[in-house]
Design a protein around this ligand. Structure first.
Ligand SMILES: [Zn+2]
Length: 362
């Protein structure tokens, strides 16, 4: 298959640079969007919903394969794992706005749709893409669950000690061979175009023969090759990314211990909190110290007993609605229990003391 030299209209292309940890993609999103503004000065692209996105290190024009979008290696997969698929609006906001809807064209053999190059208005675009999303919503949720299952195994996110000593790529291989989930079936709709020196002509246009020889000798990365994938099937795209990620050592997918989002740590591979920007609070990493304190409270024996007792008493009151004494006793108990717990948080009472009080208060 030939790689289009300048423009592309219909398909989604992607490739990687695992040394610089970059992921490149070219999407025809540009062509069928009713409104799509590129702000070159601020390196922003403004897409539908007026959501702005800062690309990793600059804006590239999407209409040419030589100038694709690029972002952190693995980000498409992470975004999909974290996407909220409960309705079109939020799914678009958390995922599709960046990649377009071509990537769903081959997701389900039974469901075929065409995308126009121009919808004329935001309303028309919204109507058409909402239908696509809603028709495929179940498939998408299923795909997300399957990918989460695979990622959990490959990156041992459940901290299974028996899996601990194996590498990501070893676990990836076994997960597929043993067909532990549906991931093994997701490789089919991916057309891979092999990279070769024959295609590097344009990259070294300005270098003379000997300059180029010198460059090759001094800088090994010039030799790096990257196959280009063409795919309109989100499952195959995620598969290819996951396969490439699993071959990359010290570059793990983690699950944030605060918000539960999937992320790849910037520096330390044992980082447990994500750095995603949050609307109404600081990123989880900045909340780390505070969070581990509330985390500790969650595992606190007295807190567990408090929650259990509270629920029991609550149910008793609900079942026996005419019993006003029971309701009053419950209110009194609630007040006292809260005082005890506050004292524990302040360090005035120990966990054990509060636990004992709760047992006797039943
Ligand atoms: Zn987080």
């Amino acid at each position: 298959m030939e790689l289009p030299e300048v423009t592309f209209v219909d398909d989604f292309y992607f490739w990687f640079n695992t040394e610089t940890k970059k992921e490149y993609y070219a999407t025809p999103l540009y062509f069928y969007k009713a409104s799509f503004d590129l702000d070159y000065d601020n390196k922003l692209r403004e897409v539908y919903y007026k959501e702005s996105e800062l690309t990793d290190s600059g804006l590239k024009h999407p209409a040419s394969l030589y100038f694709p979008f690029h972002e952190k290696f693995g980000l498409l997969l992470l975004r999909f794992l974290n996407a909220d698929l409960s309705n079109y609006e939020i799914a678009n906001k958390t995922f599709f706005y960046a990649y377009g809807f071509e990537i769903l064209r081959d997701l389900d053999k039974k469901y075929k749709f065409e995308l126009k190059q121009n919808y004329g208005s935001n309303e028309e675009y919204l109507k058409a893409t909402t239908k696509i999303f809603e028709d495929l919503q179940e498939n998408l949720i299923d795909l997300q669950q399957e990918l989460i299952k695979g990622v959990t195994y490959i990156y041992n996110l459940d901290n299974n000690t028996a899996l601990d000593k194996y590498t990501y790529s070893e676990r990836f291989a076994v997960y597929l061979i043993k067909r532990l989930g549906k991931l093994y079936s997701y490789y089919k709709n991916d057309f891979i175009m092999r990279d070769s020196y024959s295609r590097k002509y344009q990259d070294f246009d300005n270098d003379s023969e000997y300059e180029l020889l010198e460059t090759l000798q001094s800088k090994k990365q010039v030799l790096s090759m990257s196959d280009t994938h063409k795919s309109n099937d989100l499952s195959s795209i995620c598969y290819a990314i996951l396969e490439e990620l699993s071959k990359t050592p010290n570059y793990p997918i983690k699950k944030c211990q605060n918000c539960g989002m999937y992320f790849i740590p910037k520096a330390k591979t044992d980082e447990i909190y994500c750095e995603y920007p949050k609307e109404n609070s600081k990123p989880c990493r900045d909340l780390g110290a505070f969070q581990s304190y509330t985390e500790r409270l969650k595992n606190n024996k007295a807190m567990g007993e408090y929650r259990r007792t509270y629920q029991q008493k609550f149910m008793q009151v609900r079942k026996d609605k005419t019993n006003t004494k029971l309701a009053k006793d419950f209110e009194t108990w609630k007040k006292k229990a809260k005082e005890k717990i506050n004292d524990m948080k302040k360090g005035k009472l120990t966990e054990n003391e509060v636990y004992k009080w709760l047992i006797h208060s039943k």
